[in-house]
Design a protein around this ligand. Sequence first.
Ligand code: DOR
Ligand code: ZN
Ligand code: ZN
Length: 428
Amino acid sequence: MKLLLKNTRTLTENGEFEACDVLIVENMVQTISSFIEIEDVDRIIDCQERLLVPGFIDVHIHLREPGGEHKETIKTGTKAAARGGFTTVCAMPNTNPVPDKLETVQQLLERIKNDALVRVLPYAAITKGLKGEELTNIDQLSKLDIFGFTDDGVGIQAADAMYRAMQLAAQNGKAIVAHCEDNSIVYGGVVHDGAVSKRLDLPGIPSLSESVQIARDVLLAEATGCHYHVCHVSTKESVRVIRDAKKAGIKVTAEVTPHHLLLSEDAIEQDDANFKMNPPLRSKEDQDALLEGLLEGTIDFIATDHAPHSSDEKAQGMLHAPFGIVGLETAFPLLYTYLVKQNKITLKQLVDWLTIKPASIFGLPYGKLAANVVADLTLIDVEREMNIDKHTFYSKGKNTPFHNWNVTGVPVLTICDGEIVYEEDFHV
Ligand code: DOR
Ligand code: ZN
Ligand code: ZN
């Protein structure tokens, strides 16, 4: 199979646009050049000067399969990923059964092989059943095709469990990826403990519940030499702890979500569970500190925490609905519109935070647009305007606080491993 992309624009290291043709042979980018003309290709696509970037990488999504297929499946979740321009996604283990032993991880890998439209790298659990007690067999599971270890959805409460998990993960060259939440100071909260919890008279989740656990864990990472990655950082104190830990030479990395970058608790006008996620939307100062942390490199990249739930579940309101919002199909348009176009970040920074940054931190051979690299590519119409309509999502989850938002900049073609996995009818 030979595919020729004519008339693209790529981003140079300096963030300038460069006119390019790109030849893909089988699953690899073979040639990138200002002008390619060859006869024997299977297909030529005129890209009409649209922006060609490496396929996006999201190390934090929930696919819900097995066990939660009414919320999402590997098929629907990866279709949503392809539409959002993502070619590699890492699936969280809070499923039923939990991938916490050889058999369940192997079964999950088999399902992925059969159903996934884009590359899915699954996590294995740190503790059996995500209960925080007994460790999984980290030595054994590390030999399988897993991305890393996490108990996302819950924090690991006992320092001893985290300590031993980090020792084993370090010996096996795997990362510990942590949802940081000290349950003893959550107090049944459902939104941030601050202006919004007071205004809506809802129980609040203190910022401390996150930062306290990160502070503990960076010390454990220092003691063990483990690569410790912090999920969805949401508070200014967490940013400071991670900044200080990096300064001390500790192997800590961190991600932030689009919603924590773009929203604060002030966006929550009423009891609407489309604004309920864990960690919650924090104060404006926290939101500002997250962008600052990203710009200065304390936070390394962006991940969506795509967390689909059914409409019935979300209709239960702030007190009873499950935590989580979807993100794959809105991430790039939102970040491009509200950060790049508002001159808060550059297009190059945004693309790097969605591609080469996560790839290089986790040692993945993807995330760059170059000859002799796997052809994971996303074509973006940066001028295209769109009104976000949750009813059009490929994801089963319609739980988004961004419904009806106007955005500019839409992925129109996604190629994963040399194959077109999403294609909008843009070139007619
Ligand atoms: O908002 C969230 N949703 N946070 C989590 O930690 C879990 C996730 C989910 O699985 O729905
Ligand atoms: Zn989480
Ligand atoms: Zn998550």
